[in-house]
Design a protein around this ligand. Structure first.
Ligand code: ADP
Ligand code: MG
Length: 250
């Protein structure tokens, strides 16, 4: 069973179409990148998965169950969600930021600390950082804390919305490595939104290309690059990749 299935989804905002006729299955324990120009509906698609967006028409299934919009808390416990700018609470320490959700779930202290240490290890954050505040960390370090926070409950589904977007190229490349390492250690179903095809190619097994609320193509990186199904995809790929050759890292 595919962990996330979109069936005939349509979503409008104030009568304006954001997504139209979306049929899509997300593969289990794989990374799917959703890519497209600004305003193409990427964030809307992502937020349909954790119920932040309710479709006008169609259904979203998570692990086979249609989303129950009257009981989203249960759904969101199984879904990690990280957005651009990390969304860290500035007045809370690193430790507090990372462990907040687990505390709310009444995990015992020992389990919380163990999970926090494991995650910080995984993303190469020194344990001495736990008492620092977000402003005492670099952008890349803050982003890593954001990843730890989103992973604390060990969600089987992990959503990232342009989570690496604000970082400089070098930091971004480092975070990509951590991301790939994490995915290797604890495989999970990841959907990441990006406007950067290079990022999608580097991190994702499946790529979904959106344009004006429609899916243009779904495929592997090779499919997308070598067999573009529409003129839009061909132009989009060409435009994004023409500057320098792509580095394959997987
Ligand atoms: P992307 O993430 O690809 O930039 P979005 O999913 O955020 O695209 O937006 C798709 C379209 O829906 C855009 O035209 C955007 O302006 C519109 N939109 C998104 N969210 C809202 C909202 N809360 N209210 C009104 N319009 C919105
Ligand atoms: Mg967006």
């Amino acid at each position: 069973m595919d962990p996330i299935v979109f069936e005939n989804i349509r979503k409008t905002y104030d009568g304006k179409v954001a997504l139209e006729q979306i049929n899509l299955s997300i593969l289990r324990d794989q990374t799917t990148a959703v890519i497209g120009p600004s305003g193409s509906g990427k964030s809307t698609l992502l937020q349909l998965i954790n119920g932040l967006v309710v479709p006008d028409r169609g259904k979203v299934y998570v692990y086979g169950d249609e989303i129950d919009y009257d009981n989203l808390a249960k759904l969101r416990r199984r879904i990690g969600y990280a957005v651009q700018g990390t969304g860290l609470f500035p007045h809370m320490t690193v430790k507090k930021n990372i462990t907040l959700l687990a505390s709310l779930e009444d995990w015992d202290k020992e389990a919380i600390n163990r999970r926090m240490r494991d995650l910080m290890d995984l993303v190469d954050l020194p344990s001495s950082y736990t008492d620092r505040y977000p402003h005492e960390l670099s952008g890349g370090e803050q982003q890593r804390v954001g990843l730890c926070r989103a992973m604390i409950l060990n969600p089987k589904i992990f959503l990232l919305d342009e989570a690496f977007g604000a970082l400089d190229a070098l930091t971004r490349s480092e975070i990509h490595q951590e991301f790939l390492k994490l995915q290797k250690m604890e495989a999970r179903t990841i959907v990441l939104v990006t406007h950067d095809l290079r990022e999608a190619i580097k991190l994702a097994d499946q790529i979904v290309i959106l344009n004006e609320g429609n899916i243009e193509q779904v495929g592997s990186r090779t499919d997308i690059m070598e067999n573009p199904e529409t003129e839009f995809v061909e132009r989009f790929v060409h435009m994004q990749l023409e500057e320098e050759p792509v580095e394959f890292q997987k």
